[in-house]
Design a protein around this ligand. Structure first.
Ligand SMILES: [Zn+2]
Length: 460
C-alpha cells in the first residue's frame, strides 16, 4: 500500500515537498524551501518528519528555489540518494543552489553582525558547500522516457511549459493494479513566447495540481505595447528604464519583448545592460537549449542567441555595475533581484530613484515586506544600503509576464483528461485561490477535489 504525505506547498505557495512511501521505501517529489512569512520560513529549520537518510531518492519538477532549495539542507542532514530531474533542470540547479547557499551564509553573517538571533552564533540553513555536494547527486534524464526511481516505481517527465526544463512528474507505481500519480509542478501558460505550451496529459489516477492563480485571470497579452510606451516616454525624458527582474525566466522574457519592439521600430534602439551574474548564466542555458523552447526564439541565420537586442551589453564586475548606475543617458538596465530585496539592482535604484526622468519597471509579483512592494505602493523614499533614498522616478508594473497558468488555463489543461482522476489534490496555492479553484472544478467538471493540509497523509 502506497501513501503520500504533504510536507509543503499545502495551502501555501512555497516549500513544495511530497513524500511518497511505497514498498517500504521513501521518495520525495520536489524539495523546496519555504519562503515569505516568518512562520513558514521557520519550517525550513524544523526537522523533516522522516529522517533524511531514510529517503531513497528525490524527483524534481523544475529548478525554482521553492521546489529545489531545500535539497542542500537534505544532503547536509544525510540524504545520499539520487536526485532525478531533466537535463535543463540539472543545469539550472547548478546556478540556483550554490547561490542559495551563499545567500544563506550571508543571512547568518548579517544576523551575527546585528545580533538579531537567539542562537550564538547563528548558523546558516545550509552552506554553498552543501549545495555543491547536492549537485553531485543530480541524475538527469530526458523528457517522455520512463526511468525507475524506486524499486517498483517509474517516473517520467512531460514538458510543463513553466520554465526551461520544467516537467510534470508522472509516477507509475507497480500494481496490481498500477497507480498513475501525476504531479503538475508549476503549470505553464498557453500561447506565450519562449516556452512551449504545457503538454497534454490524458489520464491520472491521482493528480496533484498547482493552484497559484486558481481564482484569477491574467491580463490579456498586449504584444509588448505597454512596455513600448514606458520605454518611449522614458527615452524622451532622457531617462533610464531600470527593470528589477527575477534572474531565471523573467529576464529572458523582458529581453525577448525589447528585441521584438526594436524590430517593429516601436522603441528607439537604446543600450540594454543585463546586470545580474545569475541571469547571465541562466541566459546562456536558455540560449544553449533553444531547441527546447518555442520555435520563435530559435536563433535566426548567423545569430548566436535570440536573447539579445541591437545594443546589448552584459555587465560582469561590480565596478562596471556601479559605472552603469552612474550614467545619465537613456538606457535600459535589467538587474536582479526581482523584488529589489538585494543584488545589484540596488546600485541602480540608489542612483536612479531620485531622478524624475527615470522609470523603475517591476515585472512580477511584489511580496509584502519587500522594497518592490513599497515602491509600487507609492513610497516617497526607501532605505538602500542603510541610507534613505528619495523616490522621484516613475514607478510602473507589468502584470502580463506571469509564468503560471491562470484559472482559465488550468481548466483548459484539465479538459484534456479523458476521464476524471480518482482524486485531485490541490497544492501550491494560498487558501483563497485554492478554494475557488476547488469549487470550480467540482461544480463545472464534477471531479473529486481535496485541498490537503500541511503534514496530512493520504493512501494512494
Ligand atoms: Zn516555478
Amino acid at each position: 500500500m502506497a501513501s503520500l504525505r504533504f510536507l509543503g506547498a499545502a495551502r501555501t505557495v512555497t516549500g513544495s515537498k511530497y513524500l511518497l512511501e511505497s514498498g517500504g521505501r521513501r521518495l520525495l517529489v520536489d524539495c523546496g524551501l519555504f519562503q515569505g512569512l516568518k512562520e513558514l520560513r521557520l519550517r525550513n529549520w524544523e526537522p523533516l518528519p522522516v529522517p533524511a537518510d531514510s529517503l531513497s531518492s528525490v524527483v524534481l519538477t523544475h529548478a525554482h528555489v521553492d521546489h529545489t532549495g531545500y535539497l542542500p539542507r537534505l544532503v547536509a542532514q544525510g540524504f545520499v540518494g539520487r536526485v532525478f530531474c531533466t537535463a535543463a533542470t540539472a543545469d539550472l540547479c547548478r546556478i540556483v543552489l550554490p547561490d542559495a547557499g551563499r545567500l544563506a551564509e550571508e543571512d547568518a553573517r548579517e544576523a551575527n553582525r546585528h545580533g538579531y538571533t537567539r542562537h550564538k552564533p547563528a548558523l546558516p540553513l545550509f552552506t554553498e558547500t552543501d549545495a555543491i555536494r547536492a549537485l553531485s547527486q543530480l541524475q538527469p534524464f530526458g523528457y517522455e522516457r520512463a526511468a525507475p526511481v524506486l524499486p517498483g516505481v517509474e517516473a517520467e517527465f512531460v514538458n510543463a511549459g513553466h520554465l526551461l526544463g520544467s516537467g510534470f512528474v508522472v509516477l507509475t507505481i507497480e500494481g496490481p493494479p498500477p497507480v498513475r500519480v501525476v504531479f503538475s509542478g508549476d503549470l505553464g501558460r498557453y500561447d506565450r513566447p519562449i516556452l512551449p505550451d504545457p503538454s497534454i496529459l490524458k489520464s491520472a489516477d491521482v493528480l496533484l495540481l498547482e493552484s497559484t492563480y486558481g481564482d484569477r485571470l491574467h491580463e490579456a497579452d498586449d504584444q509588448g505595447e505597454h512596455l513600448a510606451v514606458i520605454v518611449r516616454e522614458t527615452a524622451q525624458r532622457g531617462g533610464k528604464v531600470i527593470v528589477p527582474a527575477f534572474a531565471i525566466g523573467r529576464v529572458e522574457e523582458v529581453i525577448y519583448w525589447l528585441r521584438k519592439l526594436e524590430e517593429r521600430h516601436a522603441i528607439p534602439v537604446l543600450p540594454v545592460y543585463l546586470d545580474s551574474p545569475m541571469a547571465v548564466e541562466a541566459l546562456q542555458e536558455y540560449s544553449a537549449r533553444s531547441y527546447e523552447l518555442d520555435v520563435d526564439v530559435r536563433p535566426g541565420h548567423g545569430e548566436v542567441s535570440a536573447f539579445c537586442t541591437r545594443r546589448f551589453r552584459l555587465v560582469s564586475s561590480t565596478q562596471q555595475s556601479m559605472e552603469v548606475a552612474c550614467t545619465k543617458t537613456p538606457a535600459i538596465v535589467i538587474s536582479s533581484s526581482g523584488m529589489a530585496t538585494g543584488g545589484r539592482v540596488l546600485f541602480h535604484l540608489a542612483a536612479g530613484l531620485p531622478d524624475a526622468r527615470n522609470t523603475v519597471l517591476f515585472t512580477g509579483y511584489q511580496a509584502a515586506g519587500t522594497r518592490g512592494r513599497d515602491l509600487v505602493e507609492g513610497a516617497r523614499e526607501v532605505k538602500i544600503h542603510g541610507k534613505m533614498v528619495p523616490v522621484a522616478a516613475r514607478i510602473e508594473q507589468l502584470h502580463s509576464m506571469s509564468a503560471h497558468a491562470d484559472q482559465t488555463e488550468i481548466v483548459r489543461w484539465l479538459s484534456n483528461f479523458e476521464r476524471p482522476p480518482r482524486i485531485t489534490y490541490l497544492v501550491h496555492g494560498e487558501p483563497g485561490p485554492m478554494d475557488a479553484l476547488r469549487d470550480l472544478i467540482r461544480s463545472r467538471m464534477n471531479w473529486t477535489v481535496e485541498t490537503p493540509d500541511y503534514l496530512q497523509t493520504v493512501a494512494l
